[in-house]
Each structure stands twice: as C-alpha cells, then as structure tokens.
Design a protein around this ligand. Structure first.
Ligand SMILES: [Zn+2]
Length: 84
C-alpha cells in the first residue's frame, strides 16, 4: 500500500495531487474513501481510473461493506468478493 504524500484532509473532503502518484510496476489498483456514504466515483475519480487502470475501490462512510464499490478503468462498476 502506498499513501501519496501531500494529502489534504478536512471533515468534508480529502484530496491529493495525482501527480504525486508514482507509476509502480505491478500496481493492481487504487483504494480511496469518501467522507459521505457514497461509493460512486466523482468525475475526477473517473479520470484518475482511466489514467491508472486496474481495479479502483471506493469506500463510503461508515465504511461498511455495503458502502464499498469496485470499478475498472472505464469507470464501469464490477462485482468483488472479500476473502481472508
Ligand atoms: Zn472519490
């Protein structure tokens, strides 16, 4: 797991510069959370997904499984399964 430097966080939002995300060989995707219950990607999320590819997981508050969604690079939601 990589936590990009320069993250800005407040009670209602968080953000980081996508320029701070390195290209890592073998990277399988990006996980991030939303401070509200939505696990739907924003327009910025979709743009990042298309640039980085892989599997992109978003967890919405309160971060229960029902508030977690996975998307591929095109922005299409895909099913996922949690395993031990
Ligand atoms: Zn987001």
């Amino acid at each position: 797991m990589l936590i990009p430097p320069g993250i800005m966080v407040s009670r209602t939002m968080s953000s980081f510069s996508e320029w701070m995300l390195p290209t890592i060989e073998g990277m399988v995707g990006i996980f991030h959370s939303h401070p509200n219950s939505s696990s739907r990607p924003s327009a910025q999320d979709k743009r990042l997904f298309s640039q980085k590819g892989g599997i992109n997981i978003i967890a919405g508050y309160p971060f229960e499984l029902k508030n977690v969604s996975a998307y591929i690079g095109s922005g299409k939601e895909v099913p996922f399964k949690v395993v031990d």
